[in-house]
Design a binder for this molecule. Structure first.
Ligand SMILES: Nc1ncnc2c1ncn2[C@@H]1O[C@H](COP(=O)(O)OP(=O)(O)O)[C@@H](O)[C@H]1O
Ligand SMILES: [Mg+2]
Length: 247
């Protein structure tokens, strides 16, 4: 499978008052074309930092990023937006509160996107076209998040970076979004980095997983490998605690 995105020895240190926080410690990863890659680990382990590095929202202190084999380290989010789009936990905050969905979504899309394409995509996401007339505050959390997925896909980028995109939603809505993402994957070609503290959720959706702890990747492998035969104590603990929560 073709490597579409690569992070090579990424490092990022934040200053927090007098102390330093190592948020990315020699992080290397590969995303293949069409792959869903999960990133799991407890709060504060560096998941969001990794996605922000990959998207260009923050710059690494050292290390390299490549897209399709070409280095893009230090590229601004305005430019990385051509090939990748970030989706955040707070969908409402990602839209202009005064703008109707129709305008918000089409402003982010190439000029040649047709109304039919938009409506077809909304249909794939189980959203009625009449919701395009609404402002974000008039949508439910799940509808608003599905609109932000629509906007990201319609932008033409073929890599989605999802940061806890279901964490503000109830479990039913969360499951619906995961199943819709699986569904649209059959119809459209895109790759995804999916961050969540919920390893059970990630394992339903992703082909491979990265486990992070204290800014480092402690283990990576296919979802099956990791769940059935975790090598690291930390991964075992994470799996055990998610099984406890689902009891
Ligand atoms: N802008 C920042 N300034 C200072 N510390 C930060 C900043 N962003 C993240 N951190 C710290 O870096 C570590 C990793 O954070 P983050 O990537 O947000 O973790 P996660 O998304 O896994 O919860 C945490 O200790 C966090 O407090
Ligand atoms: Mg985070």
């Amino acid at each position: 499978m073709k490597e579409i995105l690569e992070g090579i020895h990424l490092n990022k240190i934040f200053r927090d008052g007098d102390s330093l926080v190592v948020a990315a410690n020699d992080v290397s990863f590969t995303l293949h074309e069409g792959e869903f890659l999960g990133i799991v680990g407890e709060s504060g382990c560096g998941k969001s930092t990794l996605l922000r590095l990959v998207s260009g929202l923050i710059k690494p202190d050292s290390g390299e990023l490549t897209h399709d084999g070409e280095a893009y380290t230090g590229m601004s989010p305005a430019k990385t937006g051509r090939f990748l789009q970030m989706i955040f936990q707070d969908a409402y905050a990602s839209f202009d509160p005064h703008m109707r969905m129709h305008r918000s979504i089409l402003e982010a899309a190439p000029k040649n996107v047709s109304e039919e394409e938009l409506v077809q995509l909304l249909d794939d996401l189980h959203l009625e076209a009449k919701l395009l007339e609404k402002r974000p505050g008039e949508l439910s959390g799940g509808q608003c998040q599905r609109m932000s997925i629509a906007r990201a896909i319609l932008s033409g980028a073929d890599i989605l970076l999802c940061d806890e995109i279901t964490s503000a939603l109830d479990v039913v809505t969360e499951a619906q979004i995961v199943s819709l993402l699986q569904g649209i994957r059959q119809k459209r070609e895109f790759s995804m980095m999916f961050v969540s503290h919920n390893i059970a959720l990630v394992s339903q959706l992703c082909d491979r997983m990265i486990v992070m702890h204290d800014g480092q990747i402690v283990e990576a492998g296919t979802t099956k490998e990791l769940l059935e035969n975790p090598k690291q104590e930390y991964t075992k603990k994470l799996i055990a605690s998610s099984r406890m929560q689902s009891l």
